[in-house]
Write a protein that binds this ligand. Sequence first.
Ligand code: SAM
Length: 194
Amino acid sequence: MDLEQLKIYAKENHVPIVRDKTLKKLLEISRKEDVKKILEIGTAVGYSTIAMLENNASVIMYTIEKDSERFKLAKQNIEKAGYLRQTRLFNQDALETLQDLVKSGERFDLVFLDGAKGQYIKYLPYLKQLLNKKGIIFADNINLLGYVNSDFVPHKHRSMVNNMKKFIEALKNDNDLETTFFNIDDGFSISQKI
Ligand SMILES: C[S@@+](CC[C@H](N)C(=O)[O-])C[C@H]1O[C@@H](n2cnc3c(N)ncnc32)[C@H](O)[C@@H]1O
């Protein structure tokens, strides 16, 4: 499956993947010369993973996916695309993986944060430790389909929305990070460690 086919597969099978304009911005960043190692949280079926690898063939990719079916499929897709040797896949809850990566002293130039939306705030302290100086956190879906700026949020989404608001505030108030917010697609933020 090439990327276009993978995109169609994702749509037909209700697998959420990164939107086009967001991906374009992500690829602009991931192709920079000083981006040598990327961490992705939320592999799904490998669409954004393969897009970033295609875009920067020398990059080392670490990617985390909790769902075992999606993980299996992502691994197959990454293998078929020819990038398995430069990719480390984790079939685990992201928080656990992040804790392990911090313990083992790993460092990254770019983090693509695209896993459980209510967990971003929990991940932030670990991500800061995992970033190289000038490293970037690219966080997707920070608008949560508009709920983040809405007066009414259905009960089932409230805790996720509150956690996303906390994440956005934490980025704004963090003196170690310089953050720009983009109101494109479902909203994303780009934070650079200074
Ligand atoms: C938006 S999708 C990722 C899309 C992918 N980055 C792309 O653009 O092709 C989010 C993924 O995060 C996974 N996920 C949700 N909670 C997670 C967790 N706690 N740990 C790891 N993965 C998680 C979901 O199973 C889902 O596949």
